[in-house]
Design a binder for this molecule. Structure first.
Ligand code: FES
Ligand code: FES
Length: 246
């Protein structure tokens, strides 16, 4: 390849030489087009030597991806072996069972987020005031920041926003999720997962709510961005869509 800093007449000389050799059937049968598609054919043009002769070299093969070994899951200690501040708990979240060992002071939100790596609830105030962390326990909205995980494990069914959609495509979203998106019922989104879960709890109990019903059902969910008009529109649109779907 010609040195980009070489004088123009030197580059021209190199190009002429390549063209001559190509016409003459020389060793460097390289055209300008091949320069451009070289990568596509698995070949690249090597550097020109002192004499300006081009050579074809194969790119070095990609190294195989490094596989990080996944450590085998460690068995949880038996409940009798735990210190007094720890509990072993079986949680049912979005229809799936999880066995966890938790400190008795840990909230459900902490266990779901830090121990189980879930992202189904946001943390706002962490003191049961804003509703950002709302999940459903047996169909009822609760603040997951204020529920101790160690008090669960008695067969309760926990549901987060992750349990609503069937997939990641728009058409796979739950009608409530889709309605919030279509109506623009969010700005920063901090409150949205909690609002969606409170809306789900409302609409599964009351498919045709009045505005007072909606205000009452969402009264525990604070939107710092004050998107309430669009949030209510989202709820009514979701109610319409869910009724149509039957
Ligand atoms: S983060 Fe739980 S109520 Fe605010
Ligand atoms: S959209 Fe920002 S807090 Fe509600």
């Amino acid at each position: 390849m010609a040195d980009e800093h070489a004088p123009k007449d030197e580059i021209k000389e190199d190009q002429d030489q390549v063209a001559d050799e190509s016409r003459e059937g020389g060793s460097a049968r390289v055209s300008r087009r091949q320069f451009l598609v070289g990568a596509g054919t698995g070949l690249v043009v090597g550097a020109a030597g002192a004499a300006g002769v081009l050579t074809l070299v194969k790119p070095a093969p990609e190294p195989p991806p490094v596989k990080t070994p996944v450590p085998p899951p460690q068995p949880l200690p038996a409940a009798a072996d735990l210190p007094p501040t720890m509990r072993r708990v079986s949680l049912n979240i979005n229809g799936k069972g999880y066995e966890v060992v938790t400190d008795v002071r840990q909230s459900l939100w902490e266990v779901m987020t830090y121990d189980l790596g879930m992202a189904g609830a946001n943390l706002g105030c962490d003191r049961a005031q804003c509703g950002a962390c709302t999940v459903l326990i047996d169909g009822k909205p609760v603040n997951s920041c204020a529920v101790l995980a160690a008090r669960l494990g008695k067969g309760q069914k926990i549901m987060t926003v992750e349990g609503l959609a069937k997939g990641t495509r728009v058409e796979d979203l739950h009608p409530i999720q889709r309605a919030f998106w279509q109506e623009g019922g969010l700005q920063c989104g901090l409150c949205t997962r909690g609002l969606i879960m409170s809306t789900y709890a409302l609409l599964t109990q009351n498919p045709s709510p009045t505005e007072d019903d909606v205000r009452e059902a969402l009264s525990g969910n604070i939107c710092r961005c004050s998107e309430y008009p669009k949030i209510y529109e989202s709820v009514f649109r979701a109610a319409d869509d869910m009724r149509k779907k039957g």
